[in-house]
Design a protein around this ligand. Structure first.
Ligand SMILES: NC(=O)c1ccc[n+]([C@@H]2O[C@H](COP(=O)([O-])OP(=O)(O)OC[C@H]3O[C@@H](n4cnc5c(N)ncnc54)[C@H](O)[C@@H]3O)[C@@H](O)[C@H]2O)c1
Length: 256
């Protein structure tokens, strides 16, 4: 075999947009993609500081552009896409990470909570991808990566809105096979529990933590780095034939 010119899984020369990048998994993904060589546009809800993610990502020497983007509100996306194009170039990698989970059992779940979960976790990422995909098609290269959840595959008590919105993401990823002929892959990463602001309060309850650990054959929680590594792989050239896939980073939870 001829020697390879570049290191495997590098993202040099690529531009990535990550939503919900201020903290938690989004911050970990942003830093990992910068480490792998990408220039990154990092975004989060208006009024949310991205400075810590920006600081960490800049240590790898690539360009970092922080900006506000509420995934529920597409009104500014065309202008924001143009600004990213001017400053960094055409977006080749879109990571739909922004998400919410406010558990409420079936009898208490309100319509507005249902709508907010779907708007944030499923609808926003779809219309953002729809906005960005045409430029990926022009380049004949693109990666759309969602952070779904193991909760899109198995039920978790008390979370009907969250689980069904994540199930919607798993199906969306399969449906967007229609973009494959344009050189775009669409995949998702489905983590098990990672300790972040989204889960910390629940994981502090010893009985809940025990329930979770009993369900994970690996016997431990996942980390933001575990999730970011899976995203980085799916973003890479080497993953070009991995499409419409939901990659579980769940220590085996969903296998049994
Ligand atoms: N932590 C876990 O155990 C876990 C497991 C499976 C999946 N996930 C998924 O991973 C993603 C990240 O979760 P996390 O644990 O890092 O949560 P987090 O709460 O720590 O971070 C979520 C980020 O998304 C941002 N966000 C929320 N609503 C937004 C909106 N409307 N527009 C733009 N940004 C918005 C928040 O401001 C925050 O910065 C979510 O999609 C979540 O469902 C998390």
């Amino acid at each position: 075999m001829a020697p390879q010119k570049t290191e495997a899984f590098r993202l040099d020369g690529k531009v990535a947009l990550i939503t919900g990048a201020a903290k938690g998994l989004g911050a970990g993904i942003a830093v990992m993609l910068a480490r792998q060589g990408a220039d990154i546009a990092i975004s989060d809800k208006p009024g949310t500081s991205l400075s810590e993610t920006e600081r960490q990502a800049r240590t790898f020497g690539h360009r970092v552009l922080p900006f506000e983007l509420d995934v529920r509100d597409p009104s500014n996306w065309a202008a924001q896409k143009a600004a990213i194009r001017n400053k960094l170039g055409i977006i080749g990698i879109l990571v739909n990470n922004a998400g919410i989970n406010r558990p409420a059992p079936g009898l208490q779940l309100t319509e507005s909570e249902w709508d907010d979960h779907f708007a944030t976790n499923a609808r926003g990422g779809f219309f953002l991808a729809q906005q960005i995909a045409p430029e990926m098609m022009e380049q004949r290269w693109g990666r759309v990566i969602w952070i779904s959840s193991q909760s899109g595959l198995v039920g978790v008590p008390g979370q009907p809105a969250y689980c069904s919105s994540k199930g919607a993401v798993v199906q969306l990823v399969r449906t967007l096979v229609e973009w494959a002929k344009h050189g775009i892959t669409v995949n998702s990463v489905a983590p098990t529990f990672v300790e972040t602001d989204l889960t910390r309060e629940r994981l502090r309850r010893p009985e809940f933590l025990q329930f979770v650990l009993n369900k994970i054959p690996a016997g431990e929680l996942a980390t933001a780095e575990d999730v970011a590594a899976a995203v980085s792989f799916l973003a890479s050239e080497e993953a070009r034939m991995v499409n419409c896939h939901n990659l579980c980073v769940d220590g085996g939870w969903t296998a049994w």
